[in-house]
Design a binder for this molecule. Structure first.
Ligand SMILES: Nc1nc2c(c(=O)[nH]1)N[C@H]1C(S)=C(S)[C@@H](COP(=O)(O)OP(=O)(O)OC[C@H]3O[C@@H](n4cnc5c(N)ncnc54)[C@H](O)[C@@H]3O)O[C@H]1N2
Ligand code: MOO
Length: 407
């Protein structure tokens, strides 16, 4: 199988992907970031009554055509406690922000424009026009009005609106389920004592974090040995859990112990493609098994994560109906970059700023795909397209931002 370009591989994967259609009803306080599966129709009118927008006095505007009117205070209307009577000529009601405007009144005079006398009378020091400082009933939205539509993604302002329309739950699309399966006799979980030829399995944590940030629910299938029966059993657990994406870690290459692909195929996977013209991440494998997307990521930690950024993150964007996160940028390379071969290269690099404000990317000298420390210290990956000619220091290069909210 010849190497597929990154762009072609992404297009093949995403072209065959449809958003998750399963729905669920969840409490509003758990709905941040989720996508509405049905329209939101308001259960009430807001405001439900003509309400005061200010602290002051509710009155009849015709009583106060100019400053100097004297009005008798006949009651109080506070938020949550309406005044039941009617404001007649020459009368006023002390009112507070959010309180219902009493019958008869058609304007509110702010308290700064009134002098309160000891005898229960106020003297106005400013004129008032009809409707002043009154929020009319229904000014925001009306009962039965559709205020948000299916497909809208929930965030702070939309959650506020849904709560105000008197819904305590919402119908949303389910989050995609991503199962992560680490394979390898050499792997043990963090917090345990590795044997003489063992290392800590770390990739799961990176891929799980990426999947959750991308709106997925993660199912950790743990670490299984390089053993067909164990891998088959784990594939069965993913199938039973009804996952949308099965991510395998390791065993994707061509070694005698790289059993993942053949075991998946024996379990019924249709292999879509394998091996991408990229570095790191060449052995990436993509397939489909009983409606699950299968992403076989290489075991080298940086390879698995670069594949995660380039393939899992955009896949989850489609499944969750989100626009793909833009990680693209440009920077000046701080160092000379040699000519590239046929694989698209992703070089770990730190970012800084030149005096003129442009980003400058300084790649690390050694780029072995097993080296996690420099990956954690990197801010971006310098992208070197296939056959890119050498590049002088100071030249502009495309980059992939690892923390797009920081730059
Ligand atoms: N003859 C060839 N050998 C290799 C090729 C090749 O084309 N021909 N490709 C190399 C490339 S590129 C990569 S990348 C690796 C990927 O191999 P696998 O996906 O089969 O990964 P493993 O062999 O299982 O592991 C590689 C490396 O990563 C460590 N690892 C695995 N899983 C984890 C994990 N969950 N957490 C942390 N580290 C993990 C594993 O111990 C190995 O050190 O193949 C090259 N070989
Ligand atoms: O592609 Mo491997 O991922 O170069 O180390």
């Amino acid at each position: 199988m010849s190497l597929l370009s990154v762009e072609d591989a992404q297009a093949r994967l995403l072209g065959a992907t449809r958003p998750v259609e399963r729905r669920e009803t969840i409490a509003l306080d758990l709905a941040d970031g989720r996508v509405l599966a049905t329209d939101i129709r308001s259960r009430l009118t807001q405001p439900p009554f003509d309400a005061s927008a200010m602290d002051g006095y509710a009155l009849r505007a015709e009583d106060v055509p100019q400053p100097g009117a004297e009005l008798k205070v006949i009651g109080v209307s506070a938020a949550g406690h309406a005044f039941d009577g009617t404001v007649g000529p020459g009368e006023t009601v002390r009112i507070f922000t959010g309180a219902p405007v009493p019958a008869g009144a058609d304007a509110v005079l702010i308290q700064e424009d009134a002098e309160k006398r000891d005898d229960g009378v106020i003297r106005t020091t400013f004129e008032v026009t009809k409707g002043r400082h009154i929020r009319p009933r229904g000014q925001d939205f009306a009962e039965d009005e559709v205020v948000l539509q299916a497909g809208d993604r929930l965030d702070f302002s939309r959650l506020m609106l849904i709560a105000a329309t008197n819904h305590a739950t919402v119908d949303v699309f389910e989050r995609p389920k991503v199962a992560i399966l680490a394979t390898g006799d050499e792997l043990v979980p963090p917090g345990t004592e590795p044997g003489p030829s063992q290392i800590i399995g770390s990739n799961t944590f990176a891929i799980a974090a990426l999947a959750r940030q991308s709106g997925a629910e993660v199912i950790d299938l743990g670490i299984v040995r390089d053993d067909r029966a164990a891998i088959t059993a784990a594939i069965g657990r993913a199938r039973d859990a009804g996952v949308d994406v099965l991510v395998t870690l390791g065993g994707a290459s061509v070694g005698d112990h790289d059993l993942v692909q053949s075991t998946l195929v024996a379990s019924g996977m249709r292999l879509d493609f394998w091996k991408i013209a990229m570095r790191p991440g060449k052995p990436l494998m993509v397939g489909e098994l009983d409606g699950m997307h299968v992403l076989g990521l290489p075991g080298n930690p940086v390879s698995s994560m670069v594949c995660g950024l380039l393939f899992l993150e955009p896949l989850l964007a489609v499944l969750t109906r989100r626009p793909p996160l833009s990680r693209q940028g440009t920077a000046r390379t701080a160092t000379f970059l040699s000519a590239n071969d046929k694989r698209q290269d992703y070089l770990r690099a730190r970012l800084g700023r030149a005096a003129d404000g442009t980003l400058v990317a300084e790649s690390y000298g050694k780029q072995d795909s097993s080296m996690m420390k420099i990956f954690a210290r990197s801010d971006c990956l310098i992208i070197r397209p296939p056959q890119a000619p050498e590049m002088a220091a100071g030249s502009l290069t495309p980059i992939l931002l690892l923390r797009p909210d920081t730059y």
